[in-house]
Design a protein around this ligand. Structure first.
Ligand code: IMP
Ligand code: MG
Length: 172
């Protein structure tokens, strides 16, 4: 799309996810790994990361939403779709597209922790630097970016741009 300036190329993303997949494969040897994608944003990361995890892994999805369609997080999170399965005793890895204020993830982790997983970690393609209001321990980070609003590779602006194969910034 003509009005989107590329910030991270498709090649850079592919390389990073391959590396992340190798790391996850090494870290979860012999574990009962369940990878949980947070819809809708994480659908592309999930699909590409999954192909680099060489383990007998399972996948599930949750859908959450901050209220409204603005570019600011409201801090109010709704679970639109919960997990299909129980996670007690399992090694759970949450996959996120982007962590901004950390409020969404903080809420999600709290609601999953009470279900007593054996472990609970996070992999995020993008983390916005200097923005996080909630201190979070993110085990796998793809790229750290500045405070600008980005789209593409699953990330939307008012529902659009998710299909871009790269991450970029809307201009004009
Ligand atoms: P947080 O709760 O502030 O960490 O924001 C979480 C959610 O807001 C992300 O999972 C995205 O869905 C959305 N979000 C935050 N920053 C951006 C952005 O730059 N582009 C698109 N979506 C974003
Ligand atoms: Mg998201």
């Amino acid at each position: 799309m003509a009005n989107v300036r590329t910030l991270i190329t498709a090649e850079q993303i592919a390389e990073k996810l391959a590396e992340m997949g190798r790391q996850i494969t090494a870290d979860y040897q012999g574990k009962d790994l369940l990878v949980v994608g947070v819809l809708k944003g994480a659908f592309m990361v999930m699909a590409d990361l999954a192909r680099h995890i060489d383990l007998p892994v399972e996948f599930d999805f949750m859908a959450v939403s901050s209220y409204g369609a603005s570019t600011q997080t409201s801090g109010v999170v709704r679970i639109l779709k919960d997990l299909d399965q129980e996670i007690a005793g399992r090694d759970v890895l949450i996959v996120e597209d982007i962590i901004d204020s950390g409020l969404t993830l903080n809420y999600l982790m709290k609601s999953l922790k009470v279900r007593k997983p054996a472990s609970l970690e996070v992999a995020a393609l993008l983390v916005k630097e200097g923005i996080q209001r909630v201190p979070l321990d993110v085990k796998y980070i793809g790229f750290r970016i500045g405070p600008e609003f980005v789209v593409g590779y699953g990330l939307d602006y008012a529902g659009k741009y998710r299909n871009l194969p790269f991450v970029g910034v809307i201009e004009d």
